[in-house]
Write a protein of this length. Structure first.
Length: 166
């Protein structure tokens, strides 16, 4: 998609990759919300949680926040013990959801900042370094939201096709 803006008589074209029909991402059947891929927000959250757990994320929480905020239906909040682990967790979540045909609508934060947010519309994945998680304390902000237990069909071992229990 090409947007044309005029500022002070100058014409500026801004190209947004992946936004237009016929783009490689849309041609592969990937979506920004998962709706077209047929994946509901809870399944997106559970896949993200399983991918984070497969990378040994700590203090993994899946919260149902739909009664407390209009931002999203589910928050996945995880911690890493190092910047390398934070990046590995984010990469794993991105990869697993992309394999399911779902792309994030937006990505914010950096490994250097100690936090990364992956916005999948109705599901938001918060990946923190332990220090930043303590500082931002999202659990306190959303303490009235129930924690969602794991559904049997999704587990960290299945995310990468590994056998569990060995």
């Amino acid at each position: 998609m090409t947007l044309t803006r005029r500022r002070g008589g100058l014409k500026t074209e801004v190209k947004r990759p992946g936004a237009a029909r016929g783009s490689p991402a849309l041609d592969m059947g990937l979506t920004r919300t998962g709706r077209r891929a047929g994946i509901d927000p809870l399944s997106i959250a559970e896949i993200a949680r399983a991918a984070a757990e497969a990378k040994k994320a700590q203090n993994v929480l899946l919260l149902d926040v739909q009664d407390l905020t209009i931002i999203a239906d589910y928050f996945v909040i995880v911690s890493g013990t190092s910047r390398t682990q934070v990046k590995a967790i984010a990469d794993a979540v991105l990869r697993e959801l992309k394999e399911q045909g779902v792309l994030p609508r937006h990505r914010e934060g950096t490994v250097e900042a100690g936090w990364i947010i992956l916005d999948y519309a109705d599901t938001v994945v918060h990946i923190f370094h332990a220090r930043e998680r303590e500082y931002y304390d999202l659990e306190r902000l959303y303490r009235g939201s129930p924690e969602v237990g794991s559904r049997a069909e999704v587990n960290p071992g299945e995310v990468r096709g590994e056998a569990r229990g060995s």
